[in-house]
Design a binder for this molecule. Sequence first.
Ligand SMILES: [Zn+2]
Length: 327
Amino acid sequence: MAESGGKQEYYIGVDLGGTKILAGVFSHNLKCAGRAKVSTKAQRGPEAVIERIARCVRDAVDECDLDLKKVKGVGVGAPGPVDPENGHVIVAPNLGWEDAPLKKELEKLLDTPVFVENDCNVCTLGVYECELQSKPKDVVGIFIGTGIGAGLILNGKPYSGFNRSAGEIGHMVVEVGGPKCSCGNRGCFEAVASRQAIFRKIQAAVKDGQKTILTDILGDDILDMRSGDLRKALRKGDKFLEKLIEEAAEYIGIGVANVINLLNPEVVVLGGGIIYALEDDMMAIIVETAKDYALSGTAKGIEIIASKLGDDAGIVGGAVLARRETK
Ligand SMILES: [Zn+2]
């Protein structure tokens, strides 16, 4: 419940994904007062999706008995490069969007200031202010989910690059001639270590007769697998899966080493569904591999940690973005 009366200010964070939209209402000190979720229905086109975002925001506000007038700003993380100046989503392959005027249209519907940033930058911003208390100067967030992306905070500010696509580390090639990626190249980081890549490897092995505890848990239909199922099977001692997850963690470690070699940030934080579900199984291997592959001596003192925000990183980060921009 929201505190009634007083001068409490609220911010809303929105996580716009390919399948679902999440909205969270946060107080000035980032306490969540209410939340809502709706499906994206991307096939209906940008205009309809933006209306659904507005609905999700209204639902979240209603959830905590608040008035939208008490909200100082809305921060949205969008799945693609964004021009933060005009709030246009330049391109979002998951949504089928090109040059969508998200800020302008959402402001029309909500009559509240809206700020838009790339989703990985927004998640990193959430971790930066909520978990790291804005202390380090340079932080890189790496998110391992369906795909892999990174958010960059350089000198305390989100960094998006010349064409606003900085942080697309999912398409860094880590295995020349490796498995095909959704982008058309081969051996991309996300083609070997994302949730989709891990699931694909499991499905192919099972088809070839590999025994795994996953089929005991899920039956023969392992197409409907979740990251949490992997954790359950690992806890039951699935050796095949253990090796496969170890391999993915090594690739992630190599990705972290590449990031350290390029930017030498103070903190590298890992997040996303795979890390959230498998932190205990992966983090030690990730850290060890990263320190092994980074140029000798250059990883000294760099923190490589897992975010505790889980699925909330996007909405917390959106609220942080709105709080920063309305200061
Ligand atoms: Zn790729």
